[in-house]
Design a protein around this ligand. Structure first.
Ligand SMILES: [Cu+2]
Length: 455
C-alpha cells in the first residue's frame, strides 16, 4: 500500500471515529455515508432481530463509544443494551433453537435469544454491566463469564457460586469490566456447552489498540455430532460430522469483506471437543491477543495458521495486501467437509461400491430437496472405478451458489460454493470500487443478511 493510500485510510478512520462515530451509523435513518472509511462501513452492519422485544435507547445501543472499532460477527447479531443509570443492561434468554447449519441440514440446538451461538455482547473496559438472564430451557442452567475477573458470586458455576437457575427463573448478573479483550459467556454445564450455549463477550479497550484495525471480525468454532436423518446433536459423542463458524457450515458462512490495504483483526473462539488450527490463505498474520487480552507488540511474529485450543480465543491481525477471495479455515482435514453421511450414506462404509452414476444420482436427489440445480462440477477419469481408493473427494463438491447467495457472495466465480465445506469462510480483499459496489448491494438488501436467524 502506498503512503497516500495509507494516509487516506488513517485520516478517514480518525474522522470517522471521532466526529461521525458509531452512534450515528447505528441509528436508523442516519444520513448516508458522510465519510467512507472502512471503520464506518462495518459499523451497524448487524441489527439485532431482538431489538424490538425490549426497551431501546440510542445511547444504550451505541455499544461502544466512538473511540474504538466494534467487532462484526458474521451470521450472528449483536445483543442490544439499554442504560439504567450508569449500568449497561442486556437481556439474555436461554432457549431451544432450530438452527439451519447447512442448506440441507437443520438441527435442534440450544442457544440464546433465538440464536446459536448466542448474540454478541460488546462492552467497553470500565463499563458496569448487568445481564438479566432468563432460563427457558427444560432444565437448570447458569451463565459463566469466561476469562472475566469478577466477584465470585458472579462466576456462574452451579452449586459453587450460585444456585442453578431453574426453568422459568430469571437471574441478574452484574459486574464491572475492568479488562479489555475477547471473552465469552457460556452455560457452565458440559453437555449444554455442546448443545450450543455460548456467545462472544467482547470488552473493547478504553482507547483503541495500536495500530488501529479497519475491520474487526469474530468467529466462534463449534462442532456437532448429528446422525443422518437426526436433528438433535449427540453431546456425548467424541466424533463430529458437522463443523461450524458462527453456527453455519460453509458454504453458508458469510464472506468477510475488507478493503484492499486495510488492517484486519480476526478473533477466533473455540468451545468444542477439539483444537482447531485456523489457516489464512495468501497473507501472514501476527497473534495480537488471547482470551487473556492484548499481547505486547514485542511478542508478535509472523504466522498464517493459529491453533485455537478448546476454551481459548486467539486474536490475529494482518494487512489485507492482496486482492482476492482468500480462505480462512480449520486445517484439520475432517473439519474441511460437511457430513456426507446424509447424502452418500453407504459411501461411508463401502466406497468401492460407489459409481459415478450412483453418486451423482444421490447428489441430484439431495439437490432436489433443498432445492437447487446440481451441476457435477469436476470430472473423474473414465476408469476411475477401477482405481483402488476411488472416490476420495470426487462427488463431495456440491455447487449450490444460488442457495447461499447474498450480497457478500456477489462476483465470486461460478461454482465457488463447491469448494467451501465445513469450518471454512473467506476474506474477500476488495479494491475500493468493488468494495463499495457490494456495500451498495447490502444496503439495497436492507443493510443486513438475515440468514443467521433461524426459527
Ligand atoms: Cu478443526
Amino acid at each position: 500500500m502506498n503512503g497516500t493510500r495509507r494516509r487516506f485510510f488513517q485520516d478517514a478512520a480518525m474522522l470517522g471515529a471521532g466526529l461521525f462515530g458509531l452512534r450515528d451509523t447505528l441509528r436508523a435513518g442516519a444520513p448516508a455515508e458522510r465519510l467512507q472509511s472502512p471503520r464506518q462501513n462495518e459499523n451497524g452492519r448487524h441489527h439485532s432481530p431482538y431489538g424490538s422485544k425490549g426497551p431501546h435507547s440510542p445511547a444504550g445501543n451505541a455499544l461502544v463509544q466512538e473511540r474504538v472499532l466494534p467487532m462484526a460477527t458474521p451470521d450472528l447479531a449483536d445483543l442490544p443494551s439499554q442504560m439504567d443509570g450508569g449500568v449497561k443492561v442486556f437481556q439474555l434468554v436461554a432457549e431451544p433453537v432450530k438452527k439451519k447449519i447447512a442448506p440441507f441440514k437443520t438441527i435442534d440446538a440450544w442457544g440464546y435469544n433465538g440464536s446459536c451461538p448466542g448474540p454478541t455482547i460488546q462492552v467497553q473496559q470500565g463499563d458496569r454491566v448487568r445481564v438479566v438472564f432468563e432460563n427457558r430451557l427444560p432444565e437448570s442452567t447458569s451463565l459463566h463469564w469466561h476469562g472475566l475477573e469478577l466477584p465470585i458470586e458472579q462466576d456462574g458455576v452451579p452449586y459453587i457460586s450460585q444456585k442453578p437457575v431453574a426453568p422459568g427463573e430469571t437471574y441478574a448478573y452484574e459486574f464491572t469490566v475492568h479488562q479489555e479483550g475477547t471473552f465469552f459467556y457460556h452455560a457452565h454445564s458440559a453437555m449444554q456447552e455442546m448443545m450450543g450455549l455460548i456467545g462472544f463477550f467482547v470488552a473493547h479497550p478504553e482507547n483503541d489498540y495500536k495500530p488501529r484495525a479497519d475491520h474487526d471480525f469474530g468467529l466462534i468454532l463449534q462442532e456437532w455430532a448429528v446422525l443422518p436423518s437426526n436433528s438433535v446433536p449427540n453431546t456425548a459423542a467424541m466424533e463430529f460430522n458437522w463443523l461450524t463458524f458462527n453456527g453455519v457450515s460453509a458454504p453458508m458462512t458469510t464472506p468477510l469483506l475488507v478493503r484492499l490495504g486495510s488492517r484486519v483483526r480476526l478473533r477466533i473462539l473455540n468451545l468444542g471437543m477439539d483444537h482447531h488450527p485456523v489457516h489464512l490463505h495468501g497473507h501472514q498474520f501476527v497473534l495480537t491477543g488471547t482470551e487473556g487480552g492484548r499481547a505486547p507488540e514485542s511478542t508478535w511474529y509472523p504466522m498464517n495458521t493459529v491453533l485455537v485450543g478448546v476454551a481459548q480465543a486467539r486474536v490475529v491481525e494482518f494487512e489485507a495486501k492482496y486482492p482476492g477471495a482468500w480462505m480462512i479455515h480449520c486445517h484439520l482435514p475432517h473439519h474441511m467437509m460437511n457430513s456426507m453421511m446424509d447424502l452418500l450414506r453407504d459411501r461411508q462404509i463401502q466406497t468401492a461400491d460407489q459409481t459415478e452414476e450412483k453418486a451423482v444420482g444421490q447428489m441430484m436427489s439431495l439437490a432436489k430437496n433443498v432445492p437447487f440445480e446440481h451441476v457435477h462440477p469436476s470430472p473423474v477419469a473414465a476408469n476411475a472405478e477401477k482405481v483402488p481408493g476411488f472416490p476420495q473427494d470426487a462427488f463431495m463438491e456440491m455447487g449450490m451458489d444460488e442457495v447461499v447467495e447474498k450480497p457478500e457472495t456477489y462476483g465470486l466465480p461460478k461454482n465457488w460454493s463447491a469448494g467451501m465445506m465445513g469450518m471454512m469462510t473467506m476474506v474477500r480483499v476488495l479494491p475500493d470500487q468493488e468494495y463499495e459496489a457490494i456495500l451498495a448491494r447490502k444496503k439495497a438488501a436492507g443493510g443486513q443478511t438475515e440468514h443467521h436467524h433461524e426459527s
